[in-house]
Design a protein around this ligand. Structure first.
Ligand code: DC
Length: 335
């Protein structure tokens, strides 16, 4: 069971305004947390004593939340408290990291949650950026967006279509109507390609190499970057990739560039893949990582590059916890 918090304010103590505000708050909580109505077990509202015109619980039922237990209560009158405010607690039968939602005048109640910010973590394969990005997003209660997974999905589609990976026009054709959804289940990103969960398949070495090839085509990058900017514009998130700090979000609030020696990076990928039962050859993986670095760093469009204002962290001799601590420390210094 997870509890999601939220609050909003109404412009006036009027029935229609209360119904609108409640419907908007519940809809946004649902969207931000990727919730289905049937995953909600109960909703408890409280409202400030200056609200008399309508029960928020009734407004919720009328907004289509009739399948769960609903309850409203009135808060005590607090000196200096925010007027005309409706608060909510949503009990959810799902294992997720809750994203609390504060709207309208209630944004002032939780400035820490409502400030919108993005964190860019770039670096080569195996530098530890995705591990750190995932943990950081979890600790901060914001989204993690794995941009590499998006290029991998394009590559998988191109492989499936038998297209020549080097042929930009052919690849542009293959991905013209791509249906690529990034979903979150239990706090983990799922990559859904044309309705199929491909999260595991896109990690296979031949897909890695293909992703590095197709991602150099401007037609592919433009399409993916547009999607990435759209998500990052709406929600606070940690994005990891190659060009986040330099190209996708040059104005990101915090930027990091993670690196490590090719030996160490190949060892990490080797351990990761063998732990999943894949048979891989260490020397081949290392050669492939070096080749991919070269390819990602020398392409014409948005190559792998450290942004001038990014904090460089060499993770070769650091544990994940040490890297995470360093990242958070630098964030504190920058605030
Ligand atoms: O981070 P990764 O190994 O999952 O990325 C797979 C490939 O996708 C990588 O070799 C280069 C490309 N990529 C990119 O060009 N830009 C990004 N922002 C992320 C990945």
């Amino acid at each position: 069971m997870v509890v999601i918090r939220g609050a909003t304010t109404v412009a006036a103590d009027e029935k229609e305004e209360i119904r609108r505000a409640v419907a908007e708050l519940l809809e946004q909580i649902g969207n931000t947390n990727s919730l289905n109505k049937d995953e909600i077990v109960g909703i408890v509202f409280s409202s400030t004593p200056d609200i008399h015109s309508y029960y928020p619980a009734k407004a919720a039922r009328e907004a289509g939340f009739e399948g769960c237990s609903l309850f409203s209560a009135v808060e005590p009158e607090i000196d200096g408290g925010l007027p005309l405010c409706i608060r909510v607690m949503i009990f959810v039968e799902k294992n997720l990291t809750p994203h609390h939602v504060y709207l309208r005048g209630a944004r002032v109640l939780r400035k820490d949650l409502t400030a919108h910010y993005n964190i860019a973590i770039d670096g080569p394969a195996g530098s530890g950026k995705s591990t750190v990005a995932k943990l950081l997003a979890r600790d901060l209660g914001i989204l993690y967006l794995d941009t590499g997974a998006m290029y991998r999905a394009c590559a998988l589609k191109a492989i499936g279509a038998g297209a020549d990976l080097e042929d930009e026009a052919a690849i542009a054709d293959v991905i013209r109507d791509i249906k690529l959804d990034i979903e979150y289940a239990d706090g983990v990103q799922k990559t859904v390609l044309d309705g199929r969960d491909v999260s595991e398949e896109i990690r296979l070495p031949h897909v890695s190499m293909a992703a590095s090839v197709v991602s150099k085509h401007p037609a592919v990058r433009m399409k993916m970057v547009e999607k990435q900017r759209e998500i990052a514009g709406k929600l606070s998130c940690v994005l990891d990739g190659r060009d986040i700090g330099t190209f996708v979000l040059p104005d990101a609030d915090f930027k990091y560039f993670l690196t490590a020696s090719p030996e160490i990076r190949a060892k990490r990928r080797y351990d990761e893949l063998t732990a999943k039962g894949h048979e891989v050859n260490f020397e081949e993986l290392k050669a492939e990582i070096i080749r991919r670095d070269e390819q990602d760093a020398t392409r014409d469009v948005a190559p792998l590059k450290q942004a001038e204002d990014a904090v460089l962290i060499d993770t070769s001799d650091l544990s994940v916890e040490e890297v995470l601590r360093l990242v958070k420390m630098r964030m504190q210094e920058m605030i």
